[in-house]
Design a protein around this ligand. Structure first.
Ligand code: E4P
Length: 218
């Protein structure tokens, strides 16, 4: 399973990249706004900076909601760096745009996916990634992990090549659950990645090993 970090914060991206386990980055307009990045040229500069840190796929989201606008914006984003993946919302015009990007060889991430039916449309359009939003589904009292499982089953039966990118992850536990349910990729904040290290027995065990070593070696 691939690991993406879900942020536009350059320090967090660097810290995750230094672990040597980072495969890519996802951003969205809210995450860019959180970093105070505004204006076309600053936004583009910021995407370039992210792409310089991480050689893997970096999702950059279009703002346009019509086919023509999405295509123009997506092409411009794709020109920023070789590892840009154009992120397109799961709407009618979005599916049309993804089909077009597929035809011309631009990789895409179909975002804001909340049902297996939407995931089928994304795969039919040839999306490189489909992003079901686990946490937001759980917030509405549905089961986000079950959606990952259903999409994985459908894609396996139908032979779709689109990769399932579990998004809107809020805990370390959800990362292993997504892996178990068939996600190809998870994207999550740095805090969830760091939470994966935690186990009290590791800390207790290490303390004992070091104490025993110090007993004889000073
Ligand atoms: C994924 O690509 C999205 O940017 C992200 O995971 C959304 O997460 P949120 O529900 O925490 O905003």
């Amino acid at each position: 399973m691939k690991f993406f970090i879900d942020t536009a914060n350059l320090n967090d991206i660097r810290e995750a990249a230094e672990l040597g386990i980072l495969d890519g980055v996802t951003t969205n307009p809210s995450l860019m706004a959180k970093e105070g990045i505004s204006g076309q040229s600053n936004i583009e500069k910021h995407y370039k900076a992210i792409c310089e840190i991480v050689p893997g796929d970096v999702s950059a989201e279009v703002i346009a909601t019509d086919f023509k606008g999405m295509v123009e914006e997506g092409k411009r984003l794709a020109e920023l760096a070789d590892n840009i993946v154009v992120k397109v919302p799961m709407i009618k015009e979005g599916v049309k745009a993804i089909s077009h990007f597929t035809e011309i060889g631009i990789p895409t991430n179909c975002t804001l996916v909340f049902s297996a039916a939407q995931a089928i449309l994304a795969a039919k359009a040839g999306a490189t990634y489909v992003s079901p939003f686990i946490g937001r589904i759980d917030d509405t009292n549905w089961d986000g992990m079950k959606l990952i499982k259903h999409i994985a089953e459908i894609y396996a039966i139908q032979g779709y090549e689109t990769e399932i990118l579990a998004a809107s992850i809020r805990s370390s536990r959800q990362i292993s659950d997504a892996a178990r349910n068939g996600a190809d990729v998870v994207t999550c904040p740095l805090s969830s990645i760091m939470g994966m290290f935690n186990h009290p027995l590791t800390d207790i065990g290490l303390e004992k090993f070091l104490a025993d070593y110090r007993k004889l070696n000073g």
